[in-house]
Design a protein around this ligand. Structure first.
Ligand code: SF4
Length: 391
């Protein structure tokens, strides 16, 4: 047993994890309330090691926001714009395909596409976009839309959620994103995202998608006005749905960003809070294989430390992130593969390039050679071929 755990009041929880006994909501609350971050981290690290061994993953992907116009005005959101706003945007399918074409040159295996709830784009815009991207390269994995976007599209198309998802799947959708979960508690939800879908609706969209054979990730936005009990309740509902469907491939805790929005929170979550949230998530969500340290909100340095506090994934290269940066994230807009590999190796893990479903594409036991200016293009093409051949 780890030195810190041995001397800790959290020892009983370590014994549960060691014996594969599920911890309760009371246990999870105790973990959240504990100031013993060393012991908490050690228990989470032990749980991670049991689940995934010594590997830590990342994905080579690109984000695309097709539009920031949105009919809602969630209080925490710094991204959405109205039609009257000068900095509103929407991209045509051709523009999106061009962005994807460019990103394919650096070897992406996934496009992650979300936007606001656009007031007037027809349902065919979304299916045409998916088809055009699949036509560009059928091996490119399309991870698109949050649960609230799916509800919006269903409403637009006057179809059931199930039929909407079936048609999006036929057009090329491979995974839903986990965005929009925020915090499930009704009172908190109305304080930060009034008008958004309820917890039940969020979970129902994912449930239906999972029952259609689809996979998705899920999230929790923490560090604003919620109580620790709200976090536990949120995790409880995710664990229950995972017991039912086994359709979540990973959990991504999201650190709240405080700039340019309407929630009276001056400071984002501290490093301590982020590490304990990741650690409790790993220990409580015993039916999730993968916990992501989202570097966009944490910064790569803290995300790297989180690899010793229960996380086993650093997310992706991303290339162009808007939603967190418009809310004040100070991380860069992209990470290079080399930076993520360095962070993973320094943390003592074996880097694994993964696909959308967290399946391994390449296990990088040995350091990659950095591409030089002169061979960059051919090197990138080679990476793409390697990536997509195994995706
Ligand atoms: S969080 Fe999403 S649904 Fe809410 S205002 Fe922002 S873009 Fe719209």
């Amino acid at each position: 047993m780890n030195f810190f755990v041995e001397r800790s009041e959290l020892r009983d929880i370590y014994y549960k994890v060691a014996a594969d006994v599920r911890i309760s909501e009371d246990d999870a609350l105790r973990l959240f309330q504990s100031k013993d971050l060393n012991a908490l981290g050690a228990i989470a690290d032990f749980a991670r090691q049991k689940k995934v061994g010594n590997r830590a993953s990342y994905i080579i992907n690109r984000y695309i926001n097709y539009s920031n116009y949105c009919i809602l005005s969630c209080q925490f959101c710094s991204f959405a714009r109205k039609k009257r706003d000068a900095d509103g945007f929407q991209f045509s399918t051709e523009e999106i395909v061009e962005k994807a074409r460019e990103a394919l040159k650096i070897g992406i295996t996934e496009l992650h596409i979300v936007g606001g709830l656009h007031p007037s784009l027809p349902f065919s815009y979304y299916t045409d976009m998916l088809r055009a991207l699949k036509k560009l390269d059928s091996r490119l994995q399309l991870k698109c839309f949050t649960a609230i976007e799916i509800l919006h599209l269903a409403w637009l198309a006057k179809k059931s959620v199930e039929q909407t998802l079936i048609e999006l799947k036929e057009a090329g959708l491979e995974s839903l994103t986990g965005g929009g979960a925020e915090i499930f508690n009704k009172t908190v939800r109305s304080q930060i995202a009034k008008g958004k879908e309820s917890a039940e609706e969020y979970l129902d969209v994912h449930r239906i998608w999972h029952k259609l054979g689809g996979r998705s990730t899920c999230t929790m936005l923490y560090g604003h006005v919620e109580a620790l009990t709200d976090r536990v309740d949120h995790l409880r509902q995710l664990r229950a749905l995972q017991d039912e469907t086994r359709g979540f491939v990973g959990f991504v805790p999201l650190a709240y960003q405080p700039v340019d929005n309407n929630i009276p929170v001056e400071k984002p979550p501290t490093g301590f809070d982020s590490l304990r949230t990741i650690a409790v998530s790993r220990i409580y969500l015993d039916n999730f294989d993968h916990i992501t340290a989202y570097w966009v909100g944490l910064g790569l340095k803290l995300a790297q430390v989180a690899l010793s506090y229960g996380a086993d994934d650093l997310h992706g290269t991303i290339i162009e992130e808007h939603i967190f940066h418009m809310a004040g994230a100070t991380s860069p807009q992209l990470q290079t593969e080399m930076d993520m590999l360095k962070a993973i190796r320094e943390a003592g893990r074996i880097p694994v390039q993964r696909n959308t479903f967290y399946e391994p594409i390449r296990v990088l036991e040995k350091p990659l050679q950095a591409a030089t200016e002169s061979n960059e293009d051919s090197s990138r093409s080679k990476v793409l071929e390697d990536n997509l051949a195994t995706a």
